[in-house]
Design a protein around this ligand. Structure first.
Ligand code: 5AD
Ligand code: SF4
Length: 443
């Protein structure tokens, strides 16, 4: 810790901006609750006294965003200077380096230490730079205040960290080793969320399938949540193919509230590339898991993640990726250009793929994925399904909600946000669908 230029009044208002994954969105919500419990009130980023940038380190572009945001914050039109806190995975990975590169930053706090945010903010207000990137054995969850306001859909982190060490990935370094939150703590939080209006809960973890407590696995937790009155929908993410247990696959056929959606990244369709990535599964074992999941729940919507341009990836390796996408028929998928991350084994591998080659591969893969997404959506036109209304649309009277398959459905309705309505799907585009509320039949 060292002295910064000057001390300042303790902040009265705050703004939390989260980048990256859903776990960051969850952490961002918890930080907001923590600051509110301390008496601060929420404000826009343009005039908050304290701005928390909850950052993502997964790819270089994501990591660089924090510095352009800091640049914007120190050049506010009205000349005011907010206290800037950098939280999340860039904070964990870069630590004090951030304050060196951007002296306007007053607080640097990692994903396992943000329960200490109020102390750190107080320290920063006194003129010091407050840095905390500890990974304490005593988990932060116990120290956080209870959940506050809540919309109809809620995230609930049940597991953090990853022990898989894929050779491209920073997660095992930024989020640490796999840790599961205890059963009772998770169930208590779920009940609190439902009490505040959550009708859908998404269980989150970097490797959520690895959740375990005294021999009970994720499928046991899902079965217990299924019995919670008031809860209508359960989802979970993200999963590793090797941890799709028999019980979890069976749950997809048996648990009524578990939605027919599975995000199961394979990253590449080439066994050679998978090996270099240290994925510890092959393409055929992935396809077998998909087959078993589809047998349990035939209408399941599948999602995935792909990396193109991994070091050593040849044209033939890439063609194999296109083939596994064709074989799987995704409802949606994310694809990324490989981004070398400092400290990971892949960053120093030979045969880094030239940017133009990776760009071209990414475009081809995304064209295929978009076509599959459109085909999946079109195949649901004509179906009647439940939609959980989440937010207002652009047009008056229009609301947007999600189908069980996580599609965004737009419809005109008199119903309210948080309602679960029966909808006829009428039209489909690649990213959203149009529907009409089904006319209720007289009983
Ligand atoms: N470069 C590109 N994509 C990456 N991912 C993780 N690390 C990298 C990297 N270094 C992708 C993977 C992962 C998703 C969250 O981000 O596809 O599943
Ligand atoms: Fe990263 Fe692999 Fe762990 Fe996913 S499974 S978080 S890609 S190391």
């Amino acid at each position: 810790m060292w002295r910064r230029m000057s001390s300042s009044a303790p902040p009265k208002t705050f703004h939390v901006k989260s980048f990256g994954c859903q776990m960051n969105a969850y952490d961002g919500a918890r930080m907001s609750e923590l600051l509110e419990a301390e008496g601060l009130s929420a404000a826009d980023s343009a005039d908050a006294d304290l701005v928390v940038l909850n950052t993502c380190h997964i790819r270089e572009k994501a990591a660089e965003k924090v510095y352009s945001d800091i640049g914007r914050l120190i050049k506010r039109e009205d000349g005011s200077k907010p206290m800037i806190a950098v939280a999340g995975c860039v904070a964990q990975a870069e630590g004090a380096e951030i304050a060196r590169r951007a002296p306007a930053v007053g607080v640097v706090v990692g994903p396992q230490a943000y329960h200490r945010l109020p102390e750190l903010v107080a320290k920063a207000a006194s003129g010091a730079t407050a840095i905390d990137t500890d990974m304490p054995a005593e988990p932060k969850f116990k120290a956080l205040p209870g959940r506050r306001r809540q919309g109809p859909t809620a995230f609930l982190t049940v597991q953090e960290g990853c022990d898989k060490f894929c050779t491209y990935c920073v997660v095992p370094y930024t989020r640490g080793a796999e840790v599961s939150r205890p059963w009772a703590q998770v169930m208590d939080e779920a009940r609190a969320l439902i009490e505040m209006g959550a009708r859908e809960i998404t269980l989150l973890g970097q490797n959520v399938n690895a959740w375990v407590d005294e021999g009970r696995g994720l499928h046991d937790l899902i079965a217990a949540m299924d019995r919670l009155p008031g809860l209508e929908r359960i989802r979970y993410t993200t999963s590793h193919p090797n941890d799709m247990s028999e019980g979890l696959i069976r749950a997809h056929g048996e648990v009524a509230k578990l939605m027919p959606f599975l995000h199961l990244p394979v990253q590449s369709g080439s066994d050679r590339t998978l090996k270099a990535m240290n994925r510890s599964h092959a393409t055929d074992s992935y396809l077998r898991v998909i087959e078993r999941v589809r047998a349990a729940r035939p209408d399941i919507a599948l999602s995935g993640d792909f990396i193109v341009g991994f070091p050593g990836e040849t044209d033939a390796d890439f063609e194999a990726t296109l083939r596994i996408v064709e074989a799987t028929r995704y409802a949606q998928a994310y694809s990324f250009k490989y981004s070398p991350r400092p400290g990971t084994p892949a960053a120093t591998m030979d045969d880094q793929v030239p940017a133009e080659v990776a760009d071209e591969r990414l475009q081809r893969l995304q064209a295929l994925i978009n076509a599959q997404q459109l085909a999946f959506n079109q195949a649901t036109v004509g179906r009647r399904t439940s939609v959980l209304l989440e937010r207002r649309g652009k047009h008056p009277g229009q609301l947007i909600g999600k189908s069980p398959w996580l599609q965004s459905i737009h419809l005109e309705t008199e119903a309210a946000i948080g309602d679960l309505v029966e909808v006829d799907i009428l039209s489909a585009g690649p990213n959203s669908l149009g529907g009409a509320e089904a006319v209720k039949q007289a009983a």
